[in-house]
Design a protein around this ligand. Sequence first.
Ligand SMILES: Cc1cc2nc3c(=O)[nH]c(=O)nc-3n(C[C@H](O)[C@H](O)[C@H](O)COP(=O)(O)OP(=O)(O)OC[C@H]3O[C@@H](n4cnc5c(N)ncnc54)[C@H](O)[C@@H]3O)c2cc1C
Length: 406
Amino acid sequence: MPKPRALVIGGSVGGLFAAHLLRLAGWDIAVFERARGDLGDRGTGIGTRAELFAVMRRIGIAVDLASIGVNVQGRTGLGADGTVVHELSMPAVNSAWSRVWRPLRAALPGGSFHGGMTLTRIEHDADGVTAHFADGTSVEGELLVAADGLHSIVCMQLWPGAGPQYAGYVAWRGVVEQGAVAPELQELLFDRMVFGCPAGELFLSLPMPGPDDGPLRGNRRCHFVWFRPVAEEALPSLCTDASGRAHGISIPPPLIRPELIAALRRDADALLAPQLAASVKATGQTILQPIFDVESPAIACGRVALLGDAAFVARPHVATGVMKAGMDAACLADSLAATKNLPSGLAAYDAERRPYGRWLVERGRHIGATAMARDLPFQQRIETLMREYGAAGVVRDQPIAARLSG
Ligand SMILES: Cc1cc2nc3c(=O)[nH]c(=O)nc-3n(C[C@H](O)[C@H](O)[C@H](O)COP(=O)(O)OP(=O)(O)OC[C@H]3O[C@@H](n4cnc5c(N)ncnc54)[C@H](O)[C@@H]3O)c2cc1C
């Protein structure tokens, strides 16, 4: 009997997790990704937890520290003058988005990944699902997995009006090479997570692995994230390039106007600890990321399942996007494997993952409120953020985490 066919829309981490895990569960899979070429240079650093490694091991990808990331010793909070105001011992392993995506992509069977394929719409009924693409082609299957990210076309088709909600602030990000900062700053920036809290803003610096080294210090990178309030009506101007071309509510990093980068550097000198301002000035490429919340009304409908950022996007303060995509995919594969009835399997997936997604979005809002607060005392704010940032999600994800490790 031929295997049932799953069409996976989106070839980022969520789509690849789903493709592998459904394939292991007996599905024939095909991945359709809008971008052409290699996605492996995307992204910055990511926090990790054991559950992410458990999903990768289930797929058959060997995970060890040398291949995945760098040890982070703890967290340090700095005042604006650069003095240490708080320290926490919170050992962690930080990775890079590309270190998760690349092995997933390499392990996919040849011929199952189709780049340059932009989904335009879907049709689904009791007999099957059809995906239509911008090049005029269409494909049919028994299941469609929407892993098409924050601005999911599938989510918008199924639930018009359920799109991303702007959070009122942006993240300026940048990656810093170890050799680009003064030797006396290296232990702080490349071994520890460092926090700075100007009034109504939050700055973080996080170690991450370099492009081709192991976890050894010397070739590391760190990346910074600086959350700053921006009114929604000011976003289009931020996302307009030097030629006057407007790019909507996001902009390719090389097109960010030089005067905006210059202003960011001036503000770094005025508002941040000198150690953190040094990072802003040492980055080669500044990235602008407006912050959104996404909450799908449901994550299963007919023959369609949504996962990863297409289903829920919590603010970066929960540092869980990649891990959630993997856990969503594991739960989808398990739910479908537990029954021969597709609607029942999808309903079980929705029942298990939707409450978690909603909780995570709420958790991101809660930490975001502290991050952007102007009326909380500085010491209370920085200690709360150092304790809570990226520490969410563990308890609520226990059922699926237990299944993965068992
Ligand atoms: C700058 C940055 C830093 C981040 N840092 C962290 C972090 O530290 N920790 C963490 O856990 N998470 C982090 N995240 C979030 C994390 O990257 C996402 O949560 C994760 O990539 C979600 O994966 P996904 O596959 O669901 O969606 P995405 O990665 O958004 O992928 C969606 C894919 O679908 C494709 N696509 C979109 N529309 C279509 C279409 N119509 N047809 C075909 N393909 C389509 C896109 O090209 C894309 O490849 C960060 C995100 C950003 C932007």
